[in-house]
Design a protein around this ligand. Structure first.
Ligand code: HEM
Length: 449
C-alpha cells in the first residue's frame, strides 16, 4: 500500500513554530532552568503563544501529526491524544526514548542513564531502576524512614521564617528541597554536600545546549566519583544503599543510573512550590487539604494511600505547568499514525506537554486548578495528560516524587496557612491561570493558624 506522508507545515507556520515553540522552550533551559529566561517567558506567557500557534496549525491541517522542516532534522509535531497514545505505547521500538537531542543533553551528566540508553542495554537498566524505585509496589520500602527526614527539613525551613517578616522565597525552598533530595538519594551524610549539586548544575547548564557543547569530562568525572563514593558507603535508608544491594550485570551501570534521579528530583521542587501557590490562591482546595491533614496522624509515617488530595494537587501543578517541557522520541523504523499517515525512521517526534495538558478540546478543565479530576476518574485514560509519561518509559520515580512533595507540603501546612505575596495578580479565577509560571518569583507568608 502506498504510504501517505503527514501534512507539512508551511514556511510561515514553520517560522511561527520556531519563534513561539522551539526558541522559547530552549531559551528557558530544558535541563536547567535559566531564571532570567523563565521570568521573561512568564512575562510574555510564552506557552500561551505556543498554544495559539499549535492550535492554528491543527485547525488548518487537522488533528494528524504535522511535519516541520528544520535544517538537518526531520521533525514531527503531534497534535492529538490518539497519536500521543501511539508515541507512548510504541516505545522503545519503533519509537526510542533515546532521542538524539535528549541524548545530546543528558550525556553531559548521565551518559549511562536508562532514558538515553541503546536498545541492547535498555531492558536491564529499566529493570534495575524499577527495582530500586519499587515501581509497581503499593509503597516504596523507604517511605517510613524518609518521612521523618522530610518533616525535619520542613521544620528547618519554617524555623528560618519563624517570628520574622521575611517571606518564604524560592532560594530558601529550593535549598531545603535539595537537602531532602540528597538525603533520600545519597543518604544523610550528603545533606550538606552542596558541591555535588553545584557540579551537577554546571553539567546541566551545558546540557541546555544539547549537542552544541562538548561534555566537560573533568567535571563529569568529579561528579560521578562523588556519586560512586556515596553508593560505596551505602548509607542505610537511602536509594544509594538500595543501588549497592540490588543485583546487576556489567551492562546495568548501577551508579550511572543515580545522576538521573538527582536531576529529575529537582523538578519535583518546582512542582511542589507551584502547588503551594495554587493552594494559597484557592481557598476551597486549601480547606480540603486542611480536612485531609486533620484526618492523618503526623506521628505516623506516610503510607501508600496517604494524603491523596495533596498528591493530586502536585499532579495538577505538573499538569498546569509541566516540568518536562516536551517528551521526545526518535523513530527507528516506519511508523503509521492514527490518520493513516506514515513517517520513516530517524524522525524526531515531539509531544509538547503544555499544549496537550491545556487543550480544552480534550481536557474540559484545561485552565482550572482541578486536583479532584485526578481522583474522580476524569483524567483517567486521557493520553493528553502525561506529567510522568505513559507506557514502557513512564517515570518509575512518580510515587517517590508525589510522596516527597505531599509529605513536605503537609508538614508546612499542618500548622500554617500559606499566603501568596507575589505575583500580585492572583493565580485564581476570575483571572485565567497563566500557561507559563515563573516559580522563582513566587513569595509566600506562612502564617500560624
Ligand atoms: C517532578 C518530578 C519528575 C517528573 C515530572 C518526571 C517525569 C518523567 C517523564 C515525563 C519521564 C519520561 C520521559 C519519556 O517518556 O521520554 C521520566 C522518565 C524517568 N524518570 Fe522521572 N520525573 C520526575 C522525577 C523523577 C525522579 C525523582 C526519579 C528517580 C528517583 C525519576 C526517574 C525516572 C527514570 C529512571 C526515567 C527513565 C525511564 C525510562 O527511560 O524507562 N524521575 N520522568
Amino acid at each position: 500500500m502506498q504510504q501517505r506522508p503527514p501534512a507539512r507545515a508551511s514556511v510561515l507556520e514553520t517560522v511561527l513554530l520556531g519563534a513561539t515553540v522551539f526558541v522559547p522552550t530552549l531559551a528557558q533551559g530544558a535541563i536547567l532552568r535559566r531564571p532570567r529566561m523563565v521570568r521573561l517567558a512568564a512575562r510574555f506567557d510564552t506557552h500561551r503563544r505556543a498554544h495559539r500557534t499549535l492550535a492554528r496549525v491543527r485547525s488548518r491541517h487537522g488533528a494528524g501529526p504535522v511535519s516541520v522542516t528544520v535544517p538537518g532534522r526531520r521533525m514531527l509535531l503531534l497534535l492529538s491524544p490518539q497519536d500521543a497514545r501511539i508515541l507512548f505505547t510504541a516505545t522503545p521500538a519503533p519509537l526510542t526514548p533515546a532521542n538524539r537531542e535528549k541524548a545530546g543533553a543528558l550525556r553531559h551528566f548521565e551518559p549511562d542513564g536508562v532514558l538515553i540508553s541503546p536498545a541492547e542495554v535498555r531492558p536491564e537498566r529499566r529493570a534495575f531502576n524499577e527495582t530500586v524505585l519499587d515501581r509497581g509496589a503499593p509503597a516504596h520500602r523507604l517511605f517510613p524512614v524518609l518521612t521523618p527526614r522530610i518533616r525535619e527539613e520542613a521544620q528547618a525551613l519554617l524555623a528560618l521564617h519563624h517570628g520574622s517578616a521575611r517571606p518564604l522565597d524560592w532560594d530558601d525552598f529550593s535549598a531545603a528541597f535539595w537537602r531532602i533530595i540528597r538525603r533520600v538519594v545519597l543518604g544523610d551524610a550528603a545533606r550538606d554536600d552542596h558541591r555535588i549539586t553545584e557540579l551537577l548544575a554546571r553539567l546541566r547548564a551545558d546540557g541546555n545546549w544539547l549537542n552544541l557543547r562538548r561534555p566537560k569530562d573533568r567535571t563529569r568525572d568529579a561528579f560521578l566519583a562523588r556519586v560512586r563514593a556515596y553508593v560505596d558507603s551505602a548509607e542505610p535508608g537511602s536509594l544509594a544503599a538500595l543501588v549497592a544491594a540490588t543485583p546487576s550485570t556489567e551492562a546495568t551501570e548501577p551508579v550511572g543510573q543515580v545522576p538521573h534521579w538527582l536531576f529529575a528530583y529537582d523538578a519535583a521542587s518546582i512542582a511542589t512550590y507551584s502547588a503551594l501557590a495554587l493552594l494559597a490562591s484557592h481557598p476551597e482546595q486549601a480547606d480540603r487539604v486542611r480536612t485531609e491533614l486533620a484526618g492523618t496522624d503526623p506521628a505516623q509515617p506516610a503510607t501508600a494511600d496517604a494524603l491523596p488530595f495533596l498528591r493530586a494537587c502536585v499532579l495538577e501543578s505538573l499538569r498546569l505547568w509541566p516540568t518536562s517541557l516536551a517528551i521526545l522520541r526518535d523513530t527507528t523504523a516506519d511508523i503509521t499514525w492514527h490518520n493513516g499517515t506514515s513517517t520513516p525512521a530517524d524522525t524526531c517526534v515531539v509531544f509538547y506537554s503544555s499544549f496537550f495538558h491545556r487543550d480544552d478540546q480534550h481536557v474540559p478543565h484545561a485552565d482550572e486548578f482541578a486536583p479532584e479530576a485526578w481522583l474522580d476518574g476524569r483524567n483517567e485514560d486521557n493520553w493528553a495528560l502525561a506529567p510522568f509519561s505513559h507506557g514502557p518509559a513512564k517515570c518509575p520515580g512518580q510515587d517517590l516524587v508525589l510522596f516527597t512533595a505531599a509529605t513536605l507540603l503537609a508538614a508546612l501546612l499542618r500548622d500554617h496557612k500559606a499566603l501568596l505575596l507575589l505575583p500580585r495578580r492572583p493565580l485564581a479565577p476570575p483571572v485565567p491561570l497563566p500557561r507559563t509560571i515563573d516559580h522563582t518569583s513566587l513569595r509566600f507568608a506562612l502564617l500560624p493558624k
